[in-house]
Design a binder for this molecule. Structure first.
Ligand SMILES: [Fe+2]
Length: 304
């Protein structure tokens, strides 16, 4: 398809007509120096023209679309990226992620990074808590990091972050939450084990006070993300995993507004009454226990 857009031949004029509209536009890109850019723009023009031919917008509808994109741009700032939000709610972000992270069977899948990751969270020893405000249902997350054959990966770095029990990240409430609340870094031990204490995450809405939120309302969708805990797992020689652990009983599990839920990422939050196990883990019964392993795919060309 790369050479479909050859320069205008003698049989075609460069004049616009409805039937050949995409070809007329793409014929002008023969001089593009970057072949990939020419291919991408050629596909964009073909799909965009096909979309317009299917929808047949009125002039007013076309202007409404231009106005929506204009407002989306105006909403963007150093702290707010409304176009990424638009990509998220249309499923495009997850599709790009899926295309770029096809993994072998058994490897922990990726999901969306989201806007609330911050590098440089405090590093804690295994067993520490990231619940600095004391609110919420206490939970222990523990497990192993292994390669896809089950061999332990020691020294793997786990960066974790989640909302408070009120459904907000620390950076959304700098005056209400302690710095780095529900955020921390842990490392696996020699046997690939990790564990930390936190609280059960809860669902929260994406920022919906802009044009993307208005669009969601207009098409009958809510802005809520299914409750989750974010984890990035990094280890030398392995593909980095940017993923979530989802709670199984969230009312939005099947309708996450950014389509981030995958079946393999839904955990069991087991209620523990056992006083001995509670004491061993520094908890008070009852508490929630999540046994959760991560399986890393080796980087291509590198032995695990
Ligand atoms: Fe999140």
């Amino acid at each position: 398809m790369a050479h479909q857009n050859t320069p205008t031949s003698g049989s075609h004029s460069g004049y616009f007509d409805e039937h050949r509209s995409a070809d007329v536009v793409n014929d002008r890109m023969a001089g593009a120096g970057n072949e990939r850019l020419r291919d991408v723009m050629g596909a964009l023009v073909r799909h965009l023209h096909a979309f317009v031919k299917e929808v047949e917008p009125t002039h007013e509808e076309w202007l409404a679309g231009i106005d929506f994109l204009t407002r989306t741009g105006h909403m963007c700032s150093e702290w707010r990226q409304e176009f990424i939000l638009l990509s998220d709610v249309l499923g495009v972000t997850m599709l790009v992620d899926a295309i770029n992270h096809r993994r072998p069977s058994g490897a922990t899948p990726n999901t969306i990074l989201g806007p609330f990751y911050i590098p440089g969270a405090p590093e804690y020893p295994n067993g520490a808590t990231i619940n600095l405000d004391g609110k919420g249902e206490p939970a222990v997350i523990r497990g192993r990091v292994t390669d896809v054959d089950g061999n332990p990966v020691s020294g793997a770095v786990l960066e974790v972050w989640q909302t408070s029990n009120d459904g907000f990240y620390d950076v959304q409430q700098p005056d209400l939450q302690p710095p780095h609340n529900h955020r921390g870094i842990f490392r696996t031990d020699a046997n690939g084990h990790y564990w930390f204490r936190t609280v059960k995450p809860r669902f929260y809405p994406i920022p919906d006070d802009g044009p993307v939120g208005q669009l969601l309302g207009a098409i009958g969708r809510h802005p809520n993300r299914a409750a989750h805990l974010h984890v990035i797992v990094t280890a030398p020689g392995f593909e980095q995993v940017i993923t979530h652990i989802f709670t199984p009983d969230c009312p939005y599990l099947n309708e996450d507004t950014v389509f981030g839920v995958k079946q393999d990422l839904v955990a069991t939050f087991r209620s523990v009454e056992d006083q001995d196990l509670a004491a061993e883990l520094g908890m008070q019964a009852p508490f929630l226990l999540v046994d959760w392993d991560f399986s890393l795919a080796a980087l291509q060309g590198e032995a695990a």
